[in-house]
Design a binder for this molecule. Structure first.
Ligand SMILES: Cc1cc2nc3c(=O)[nH]c(=O)nc-3n(C[C@H](O)[C@H](O)[C@H](O)COP(=O)(O)OP(=O)(O)OC[C@H]3O[C@@H](n4cnc5c(N)ncnc54)[C@H](O)[C@@H]3O)c2cc1C
Length: 489
């Protein structure tokens, strides 16, 4: 089925010497202690190898590295903040690939309030971009818990989602233009901040979500939106995901698209955070089976979001839709509520190994999925604990399985993990859903992606890969399977 034939070689001493001359000591890193932290994925499940870490400073240097690697048929693994959860930025364990960090390409090249756009290099960290936008009275409306480390290049390459997709969409919707080095070393300059551009296939969107398999993103033009005048952050206790979805649609009806975030948190996820993350405390007087974190914002001259949300929640309480709620009175309180939501992944990590599923089904189907499919998984894998949290308004839930309490976790995952994940993914597909809503495929989801994909989708992705990267040097073994080497004649 796969036409792409990766015929890759390890980097020769000659290639390494040329790269060392090109990048200099700061860009050609050989000190083991500087390389080591970047060889393992964020979850600590995949370990790679690379004798050098390449850290170019300019797009010209990236282009020259890729040109030399292409000539020598040597693989390149682009890496940003290494916060991806599917091990897409982890190099292969045999040490044959060159690990290329874009973190030193971290300039904000321009920011324009007239265009409402910013041009940021790949290595700019998301929280740095947030601050830069705020300084000129604008916002970059994409945020996620890894904002202190995730980079623009990684966010573009995974088409990251996060907590504001409800209103602004994922990274793709905020991407106005792109600069990238293609697998032959040529530079594609598509950075112009055009709002309209109908010159055929959209190369910008092809590179977005490509997980580094079609080239190296070196910079992106991104949409900015007006700064907010105020925000209201509420923590709400309620009985079920059905009630939560009804609440979301009611809020949209009453306070419109000022609702930017609507995050579902079950009681067991909150309990995990309170147990494992220091300085956290329960937001409501007593536990509720389900919770929702809502953020609504107000623009200058618009309605006060706190008053609007208060009124809407009072009506929801009267109607019996919600059981309890608290609205943050200060920014510190708002951040404390957000910390409860954003610490769930970290709390899970501290708790021990688990099986992660980043699934989406049509929004309307998610409450039933959380009711019925949950029961089915629990019946097939007795004792398993399901932590299902996240972006209900996008139909995207992180449906994670913790092994039964009495079991050794690694042992249980080794024995039942593949079957349990396959069962979850089968149920998702049966609902018309996807096994990767926002985290991508990387290497962690590859086998399941291939198992469940429509052959037409796979064939088409493979044809695009073959056309742009005929030697298969860009991040091989991620997103698409490596084809076997042709047999020797
Ligand atoms: C606590 C936590 C919470 C998270 N929450 C969310 C969330 O809500 N929503 C969400 O979508 N994700 C989330 N993530 C996942 C992660 O933060 C995103 O996938 C992010 O986009 C990764 O950015 P990065 O710079 O760390 O990329 P990396 O992890 O370094 O790389 C990710 C992928 O992009 C490729 N890549 C990186 N840079 C480039 C480049 N310049 N050119 C080409 N390819 C490149 C890599 O090869 C790899 O395939 C979360 C992660 C953590 C740890």
């Amino acid at each position: 089925m796969f036409r792409h034939m990766a015929d890759l070689r390890p980097p020769s001493d000659d290639l390494l010497a040329r790269l060392a001359r090109l990048l200099g000591p700061q860009g050609f890193i050989t000190d083991r202690s500087d390389i080591e932290p970047w060889l393992t994925d964020w979850r600590g499940r995949y370990h790679g190898e690379s004798k050098v870490l390449l850290a170019p400073r300019t797009v010209q240097d990236v282009a020259e590295v890729v040109r030399l690697a292409a000539e020598a048929h040597v693989a390149i693994v682009p890496q940003g903040g290494n916060t991806g959860t599917v091990a897409g930025a982890t190099p292969p364990a045999d040490g044959t690939a060159l690990l290329m960090s874009l973190r030193r390409m971290n300039s904000i090249r321009s920011i324009s309030t007239a265009d409402n756009a910013v041009i940021a290099e790949a290595g700019v960290i998301l929280s740095v971009l947030h601050d830069a936008a705020a300084e000129v009275g604008r916002r970059f409306p994409l945020s996620l818990a890894a904002k202190g480390s995730a980079t623009i290049g990684g966010l573009v390459s995974t088409n990251a989602g996060g907590t504001q997709v409800l209103r602004f969409g994922s990274m793709r919707n905020l991407l106005l233009g792109i600069e990238a080095v293609l697998p032959d070393g040529s530079i594609f300059d598509g950075l112009a901040t055009l709002r309209k551009d109908n010159r055929g296939y959209d190369l910008r969107q092809l590179l977005a979500g490509a997980e580094g398999t079609l080239g190296v993103v070196t910079a992106a033009s991104l949409r900015l939106v007006p700064a907010i005048a105020g925000r209201a952050v509420a923590w709400i206790g309620l009985a079920s995901p059905d009630a939560a979805l009804t609440l979301l649609r009611d809020l949209e009806g009453t306070i419109g698209d000022s609702v930017e975030s609507f995050e579902l948190v079950p009681a067991d996820a909150l309990a995990l955070v309170l147990r494992n993350i220091p300085n956290t405390r329960a937001p409501l007087a007593k536990p509720h089976r389900w919770n929702v974190l809502v953020e609504a914002v107000g623009l200058h001259g618009g309605a006060d979001p706190v008053e609007a949300l208060q009124d809407a929640l009072a009506a929801a309480f009267e109607a019996g839709l919600i059981e309890d709620a608290t609205i943050a009175a200060t920014d510190v309180q708002a951040e404390a509520l957000w910390a409860l939501r954003e610490s769930i992944s970290e709390a899970e990590r501290i708790d021990g190994p688990s099986l992660k599923h980043d699934i989406a089904v049509p929004v309307s189907a998610m409450p039933a999925f959380l009711r019925e499919e949950r029961t089915e998984v629990e019946a097939h894998f007795p004792g398993v604990r399901i932590i299902a949290f996240g972006h209900l308004g996008d139909g995207n839930i992180h449906f994670n399985l913790l092994p039964p309490e009495a079991e050794d976790r690694d042992h249980w995952i080794a024995r039942f993990g593949a079957a349990a994940s396959a069962a979850v993914h089968d149920l998702v597909v049966a609902r018309g859903g996807t096994l990767s809503a926002e985290h991508g495929i990387g290497q962690a989801k590859l086998a399941e992606f291939v198992r469940l994909s429509d052959p037409v989708r796979l064939r088409t992705l493979q044809a695009i890969k073959q056309a742009l990267d005929p030697h298969g040097i860009m991040n091989p073994g991620k997103l698409l399977p490596l084809a076997p080497k042709p047999a020797a004649p």
